[in-house]
Design a protein. Sequence first.
Length: 234
Amino acid sequence: MSLPQAPIFSSGEDCRPQWTEATAGYDGTDEHLRILGKPVMERWETPYMHSLAGVAASRGGRVLEIGFGMAIAATKVEESAIEEHWIIECNDGVFQRLEEWAKKQPHKIVPLKGLWEDVVPTLPDGHFDGILYDTYPLSAETWHTHQFNFIKGHAHRLLKPSGVLTYCNLTSWGELLKTKYTDIEKMFQETQVPQLLEAGFKAEDISTTVMDLVPPKECEYYAFHKMITPTDRK
């Protein structure tokens, strides 16, 4: 019998000081990305990442993506009828991959280097038709809440009227669905929607879709058999 997996973060753990310069550990088959030993992203997420990308690019125009990872969502966004694709990434190795990837894309790419907390405040109000936020938590303290710092501080102001936000925090949601919830829609309603309302999104403009997607048994951060895609309209 296998032992239960340890939590992704131990109490008080903080990766932020080392994260930018830490090695981006893409494996040989390009199926996994690890940084500082953390399971940042895995290829099995592809259908879900494509769902997020579809929402972010649904209004065309200018799309902001926060977190590049393995380029799964970014590549799907580039298949859409957009005009510009702005991407924020803080890790040196991941950003290098972003710069190489950008040379081959059909639309204007604006790579922005740095922690989103430093870059986002420099971006103008009402500038984006769509936003996709998918960054990795960098500390135990922000494990379940880092997305709310962005959403409540910036998402609403960055969007054009009728612009759309989508996002995920799989590292958090996977833990909540292991330890507290058995219903993914209830999890989202209770843990996410109040924060979205506080950020200025109206209840009637918040919707979700759920897909069936079974992660590999060895996945450390997500074991639930469904995934949820938010659509939050300004």
